[in-house]
Design a protein around this ligand. Sequence first.
Ligand code: IMP
Ligand code: MG
Length: 180
Amino acid sequence: MERMFGRPIITQEQMRSRIRELGRQISADYAGKDLVLVGVLKGAYAFFADLARAIRIPVRIDFIVVTSYGTGAKTSGKVKLVTELTEQIKNKDVLLVEDIVDSGLTVQYLMKTLAKRKPNSIQVCTLLSKPDRRVVNVPVQYIGFKIPDQYVIGYGLDYQQKYRNLPYLAVLDQASEKDA
Ligand code: IMP
Ligand code: MG
């Protein structure tokens, strides 16, 4: 029998259908614009790949790597940019693609940093949002799912760098915590 990790809260089917909607909405909103999708790694890798393919207008893609957490489930509140963009974003419309907006510190930092390069616009698309955990008020234009204050894994999100490859979203349980 397949070993389950955590308690699934968003299935692959729910994910697929919501991402299709987001893709449609983004395609309509950015029609005729010079859109650059910027994926925030590592967490956004799975969502990014699915979202990009659900968008029906030509886009450029780029990635940045940030670290905002230690290796556990608790926030350090610190954000560091580990890599640089390879695309020019000046005068272009940037859509930051995130796995989850939690405290909002990562998104706040990234928007501030990328704004210095004078893009035409910067907005955020996140698969998940935990509104109860917000410590800074950041504008998030596209949200896949709002979830309660629980630590989640899978579909790109990790616990101590594991479980990113789970094809669904699950709440971390004690068994997975022990395995990690
Ligand atoms: P923020 O800066 O507090 O908004 O946190 C953003 C980052 O924290 C996300 O991009 C994730 O990498 C990580 N994170 C926050 N909550 C979770 C969670 O429930 N599971 C896994 N990673 C999380
Ligand atoms: Mg992240």
